[in-house]
Design a protein around this ligand. Structure first.
Ligand SMILES: NC(=O)c1ccc[n+]([C@@H]2O[C@H](COP(=O)([O-])OP(=O)(O)OC[C@H]3O[C@@H](n4cnc5c(N)ncnc54)[C@H](O)[C@@H]3O)[C@@H](O)[C@H]2O)c1
Length: 381
């Protein structure tokens, strides 16, 4: 079945999504949905025109409304800055389109819950790009936890750190301004870690957070001496209490010297522990307390065809998967949902559950108190 795509936003993620659709067709074949690149939109006309020529879209426009109303578009693929996700996704669903939206779903839990309810009511595929959920390593770790082999889960510890914004001469961008991004390191990076932890352990019940802006002003453009204020968190630390009673310590930084894509976490249970880092994407480290006393120690498991998704790329164990492969698995899951009605994890409801946690964390950091995630507006607990 042909799946006709209308892409909105032709930046990094727009290109990554298109690459992922092409490679999903290569890896899985047309029975799981054949992407057709119908139309691309970007507010920057050059970006839209270049994307049309380089990525193979038949038509381009500078107005996303052309895409959500186009009769030849089946799925609207949203890869704009965060602030535009809500309006575009809502208009797409109202115009009878399926939606594939980058994370975070919207700027607030309220907007995300509204979108989740609307998409459910209209019955369209509604997918959010929390690609780490598609990483075979994280799926394997979820299987380990669900199987009970690690015992009762006691603690989740994780951080997602990068140093991409450590240089204070880097100009201000949409990522630093709340009306475009909603939050800083938390929404950009930390939400990925939250998506993994909530995928594996379930929802967080309450949070207590502390955040800091480390670089308070940035040049308005490259080389300029005129500065603009950074509005959101460069660094954030969170104490979390999961609904399953596990304790969490979670953090994120976009100014972490030396850390490039340091998404790392450990899950400790009463019968074992697992730890993982995205910088060592193909290695899962596991300890089982049930091993013979003399043999006890962490074992390193390389990804292999035994792990869900891996054999789309390699028939033998120990080959290296990379970031774009997660997006290929994501594109496949979406195409398959569209063409074969298969189930998927990262729907708008899942996206809204992350945004509820993000909202509670921001409120806690602001009001300096514990916030209950599940209650609207949050309460002190
Ligand atoms: N899943 C991931 O791992 C991951 C990684 C990076 C970014 N993201 C998400 O992807 C989204 C885009 O991020 P990016 O890094 O590609 O940003 P980017 O700045 O590289 O690209 C955004 C593009 O959107 C265009 N744009 C802005 N407003 C628009 C509008 N109203 N209509 C059409 N086009 C518009 C811009 O001109 C630009 O070309 C963000 O929501 C971000 O959080 C996700």
């Amino acid at each position: 079945m042909d799946v006709r795509i209308g892409l909105v936003g032709a930046g990094w993620m727009g290109k990554a999504h298109t690459n992922a659709f092409v490679n999903a067709l290569m890896a899985f074949g047309p029975d799981y949905g054949k992407p057709v690149f119908e139309m691309v939109s970007d507010v920057n006309e050059n970006a839209a025109k270049n994307a049309s020529e380089q990525l193979g879209f038949s038509r381009y426009t500078t107005d996303w409304k052309d895409i959500v109303t186009d009769k030849k578009v089946d799925v609207v693929d949203i890869a704009t800055p965060n602030a535009f996700h809500y309006e575009i996704a809502k208009a797409a669903v109202e115009n009878g389109k399926h939606v594939y939206c980058e994370k975070p779903l919207t700027l607030t839990a309220e907007q995300s819950v509204e979108l989740a309810e609307l998409a459910k009511q209209k019955g369209f595929v509604n997918y959010v790009g929390y690609n780490n959920v598609m990483n075979p390593a994280n799926a394997y770790i979820k299987e380990l936890v669900d199987s009970g082999r690690l015992g009762r889960i006691v603690k989740f510890t994780g951080t997602y750190d990068q140093d991409g914004l450590l240089d204070e001469s880097i100009p201000i961008s949409w990522r630093h301004i709340n009306k475009f991004s909603g939050s800083g390191a938390l929404g950009d990076l930390g939400s990925h870690l939250l998506s993994i932890s909530q995928f594996i352990l379930g929802n967080i019940q309450s949070v207590n957070a502390l955040s800091k802006i480390v670089i308070k002003d940035r040049p308005v453009k490259e080389g300029s001496s005129e500065l603009a204020a950074v509005e959101n968190d460069d660094v954030i630390s969170i104490l979390a209490n999961y609904e399953n009673d596990a304790l969490g310590t979670i953090s994120s930084s976009r100014v972490a010297a030396g850390r490039k894509n340091f998404l790392t976490y450990e899950i400790q249970g009463t019968e074992g522990t697992v730890y993982y880092s995205l910088e060592r994407m193909n290695e899962v480290n596991i300890y089982f307390a049930s091993d013979n006393a003399a043999d006890r120690g962490f074992r390193q498991v390389f990804l292999s065809p035994e792990h869900k998704g891996y054999n789309a790329f390699y028939p033998t164990a120990g080959n290296a998967m990379g970031y774009n492969d997660m997006k290929v698995l994501e594109a496949h899951e979406l195409l398959s949902a569209l063409s074969n009605d298969t189930p998927y994890v990262c729907d708008f409801e899942f996206g809204a559950s992350i945004d509820k946690t993000v909202d509670a964390i921001l409120k806690s950091a602001k009001e300096k108190k514990w916030i209950d995630v599940s209650k609207k507006g949050g309460v002190t607990v």
